[in-house]
Design a protein around this ligand. Structure first.
Ligand code: BES
Ligand code: ZN
Ligand code: ZN
Length: 496
């Protein structure tokens, strides 16, 4: 989808639809909307009087052949209360408007920002919302819904003197949304089309195209490095594991600056292994590599945005299969760090592969660690499909991430990991065990296990099991992969 900025007055825009947004207040027809109303001979005020135009969140008012405008349609989207309006609202409104028009076979439209929104941030949020909304997980449909995709959007409402900031926001928004859609494409791939080897090839191609350093560790290197926890998961099936290492190095690295380590779980299919999952809904376990996809997408965006800190991304990848060579409950494995693990449940495999991924990222020089993983069903019990779970060992670092999540419009909620929970993973016959002993707190148990491999480094764990996949389409986002957490992590790295 093409996106450009246009400084012409809105009445002169020749387009399939002119889109703007209305606040829920006593008089929703104000300032820029009042100007449209004047051009349209008072039609909007009439609609407001009759109660058809209220500004309630995601209310759509579509007017054909509006008087006084060159546009073929006028679409007004409710933005809710003005006091509660943020970049996150704008992102959603823009996305919802696009999907509303897309289902009506519109091909191009103009999005007019309101009087106070001709800023860089607004251009970025609008662009992110629009491009994410245009994505459909229909790669394998021969009858393409894609054919309905929007071809071009013009961003309007900026004056000539505001053009530079608008275009800057637009270009940042495009970089971030393209990276998010890249991650969503990976997550959408079924496990027969995306094995660890294929994921590694795609990661390598992405890194080379983006100008990032990349190294792919094959099963032999993985064995040489003694990544026993990762190998224990991989031994359940014939597909060999991979570890992807993608590195961004700034042009002028500052001595003493943090080195960010991004570690993503990439289980390309999770059957549960010998502790096999019920068949009902198991097809969704193709998205068990969403954490890895997010981290690769973050790297893709960073290559273009050029932050001033070094970032090392480590993505361990395997299938979790119940073959004849699979590990069995009770097996004891030795992780790369040397810690021994009693595997009481082979379905708690994400924490095993992250243990080695995190240890390796530290060995490569990462000082600040962040992992993202579809780790537990328990996080869905705790936070439903609304918030990602955030676990942090360093409150200042965690606060920084939570601030980035706010700025990026992604919902994240902090969970506890104090020492009282350490008991949950104390091993009976090895150093630690990979599940708790049936006392609840499943998501915390997973985090406590991973924490064992982080040492003294500030570390954040994102449990994205509840937010990486939309079971139903949202007005602003298609059904399927969401590309969650990418915007937050890009914002965080850029804030250094
Ligand atoms: N990949 C799953 C977690 C998951 C569940 C992701 C639902 C997305 C949606 C993970 O590997 C897993 O199976 N976790 C177990 C842990 C348990 C055995 C302690 C779980 O959550 O049931
Ligand atoms: Zn599992
Ligand atoms: Zn899993």
């Amino acid at each position: 989808m093409q996106m450009t900025l246009e400084t012409k007055p809105f009445a002169a825009l020749e387009t399939d639809a002119l889109v703007s947004y209305v606040f829920e207040e006593n008089d929703p027809v104000q300032s820029r909307i009042a100007e449209i109303d004047q051009a349209a001979n008072g039609l909007l005020r009439k609609l407001a009087k009759s109660g058809e135009l209220t500004g309630k969140t995601l209310e759509f008012t579509l007017i054909h052949a509006p008087a006084g405008l060159k546009a073929a349609r006028l679409l007004l989207v409710g933005a809710g209360k003005r006091e509660q309006f943020t970049g996150a609202t704008l992102r959603k409104i823009a996305g919802a408007a696009l999907r509303h028009l897309k289902s009506r076979s519109v091909k191009q439209f103009a999005f007019l920002v309101r009087e106070n929104d001709a800023t860089e941030d607004a251009a970025q949020a609008t662009t992110e919302g629009l491009l994410a909304a245009n994505f459909e997980a229909d790669k394998y449909k021969t009858d393409k819904k894609n054919d309905k995709n929007i071809d071009a959007v013009v961003l309007a409402g900026y004056s000539e003197s505001e053009r530079a900031v608008g275009e800057k926001g637009l270009s940042k928004g495009r970089i971030i949304a393209d990276a998010q859609n890249f991650a969503r494409d990976l997550v959408n791939e079924p496990s027969n089309k995306l094995t660890p080897r294929i994921l590694a090839e795609k990661a390598e191609a992405m890194a080379k195209e983006a100008g990032l350093a990349v190294e792919i560790l094959d099963e032999k290197r993985i064995a040489d490095l003694k990544m026993g926890a990762l190998l224990s998961v991989a031994q359940g099936g014939p597909e060999p594991p991979r570890v992807m290492v993608v590195t961004y190095t700034p042009a002028n690295p500052k001595p003493g600056a943090p080195v960010i380590g991004l570690i993503g779980k990439a289980v390309t299919f999770d059957t549960g292994g010998i502790s096999i999952k019920p068949s009902d809904g198991m097809e969704k376990m193709k998205y068990d590599m969403a954490g890895g996809a997010t981290m690769l997408g973050v790297m893709r965006a960073l290559a273009a945005l050029k932050p001033s800190v070094k970032v090392i991304c480590v993505v361990p990848s395997t299938e979790n299969m119940p073959g004849g060579t699979a590990q069995k409950p009770g097996d004891i494995q030795t992780a790369m760090s040397g810690k021994t693990i009693e595997v009481l449940n082979t379905d708690a495999e994400g924490r095993l592969i992250l243990a080695d991924g995190i240890h390796y990222a530290k060995q490569l020089g990462a000082t600040h660690l962040i992992d993202a993983a579809t780790l537990t069903g328990a996080i869905v019990v705790a936070l439903a499909n609304v918030n990602a779970g955030v676990f942090g060992s360093d409150q200042a670092f965690t606060d920084k991430l939570l601030a980035s999540a706010k700025a990026a419009g992604e919902k994240m909620w902090q969970m506890p990991i104090d020492d009282d929970y350490r008991e949950f993973i104390k091993g009976s016959f090895a150093d630690i065990q990979n599940i708790g002993s049936g006392k609840g707190g499943g998501a915390i148990t997973g985090a406590m296990f991973i924490k064992e491999f982080t040492g003294d480094s500030p570390w954040i764990h994102l449990d994205i099991a509840g937010v990486a996949w939309n079971d139903d389409a949202k007005p602003w986002l298609a059904k399927g992969p969401t590309g969650t957490s990418l915007r937050t992590l890009v914002h965080l790295v850029m804030s250094y």
